[in-house]
Design a protein around this ligand. Structure first.
Ligand code: CP
Ligand code: NVA
Length: 313
């Protein structure tokens, strides 16, 4: 069975740790691993816009000795003109892995079912697991660990980032708190899955509408845009209900004194976070953005190695 990375819990706690430890080694010695030397090509497909994901995968694949093939889906036969199953079978004949940023999680699942090469979720409507690996790497750098720390996320609880913090944070043994308006609570299935993981890792999961309560004593404070890609038509109604969840200096003051602030970016200063916080001394957003490169290189290296071992067995 080919290993894919479609959601955060596709890596077990031990596997997630392996990837994060490799990410730290690759950051210290950037060109030390060349699993794509040959060079092999990795297809990186975008149905939505991107800066960090596009650049970090392109640079990371080149660092690993490979060749990135960036495809804007509107310029390919994907998206109604050719089925995912047929696309999957064509790509697997030529590329070592497929990275895809898209809308529906079900599309990623269908692609993964139809191909022998690893498929990586580069953001869907439901999850953004590559981002969480980079965030966990950043937390480890600044706090020395993840297990036992409290991560508090403010804003759209039903978003890809919130869902990935639930699964990825629980996998890392963290106490995950999601503060969101009731109408934007996380999907019940994701919360249940995160709780089951947290029971095994010593973490926990709290979903609340009370931002002040969620911030109390938190070690890691996080927010994300209130208007995710694909939700632009809902901007006015979203801005109207998320106002109580802005991460400002008063909310940060309720967190631990040495709390760090994360934001996956792009950020909208004055909406989900004030400039004072995101540009302030507790913000580690630039380390977080850089770590997309190292975490994804580690993930690709790990996946290719796993699948090689599987084929050899
Ligand atoms: N954080 C993130 O995924 O950024 P991009 O949308 O620029 O890729
Ligand atoms: N939740 C955001 C994340 C962007 C990286 C979105 O989906 O647009």
């Amino acid at each position: 069975m080919t290993r894919h990375f479609l959601r955060d819990d596709d890596l077990s706690p031990a596997e997630q740790l392996e990837v994060l430890e490799l990410a730290a080694r690759l950051k210290a010695d950037r060109f030390s691993a060349k699993p794509l030397a040959g060079p092999q090509t990795v297809a990186v497909i975008f149905d939505k816009t991107s800066t960090r994901t596009r650049v970090s995968f392109a640079v990371g694949i080149a660092d690993l000795g490979g060749s990135p093939l960036i495809i804007q889906s509107g310029e390919s036969q994907l998206g109604g003109k050719e089925s995912l199953a047929d696309t999957a079978r064509v790509l697997e004949r030529m590329v070592a892995a497929i990275v895809w940023r898209t809308y529906a999680q079900s599309g990623l699942e269908e692609l993964a079912e139809g191909t022998r090469v690893p498929v990586v979720n580069a953001l869907s409507d439901d999850f953004h697991p590559c981002q969480i690996l980079a965030d966990l790497q950043t937390v480890r750098e600044h706090k020395g660990r993840t297990a036992g720390l409290t991560l508090a996320f403010f804003g759209d609880g039903a978003s890809n980032m919130s869902h990935s913090y639930l699964l990825g944070g629980a996998t890392a043994g963290m106490h995950v708190r999601i503060a969101a308006p009731a109408a934007y609570a996380p999907a019940e299935g994701v919360v249940a899955d995160a709780r089951a993981i947290a029971e095994r890792t010593g973490g926990s999961v709290t979903v609340t509408t009370d931002a002040r309560e969620a911030a109390a004593g938190a070690d890691v404070v996080i927010t994300d845009t209130w208007v995710s890609m694909g939700k632009e038509d809902e901007k006015a109604e979203r801005v109207a209900v998320f106002g109580d969840y802005t991460v400002d200096a008063a909310l940060m003051a309720r967190a631990a004194d040495d709390a760090v602030f994360l934001h996956c970016l792009p950020a909208y200063r004055g909406l989900e976070v004030t400039a004072e916080v995101i540009d302030g001394p507790q913000s580690v957003i630039w380390d977080e953005a850089e770590n997309r490169l190292h975490a994804q290189k580690a993930l690709l290296t790990w996946l290719l190695n796993e699948n090689e071992n599987e084929e050899a067995a």
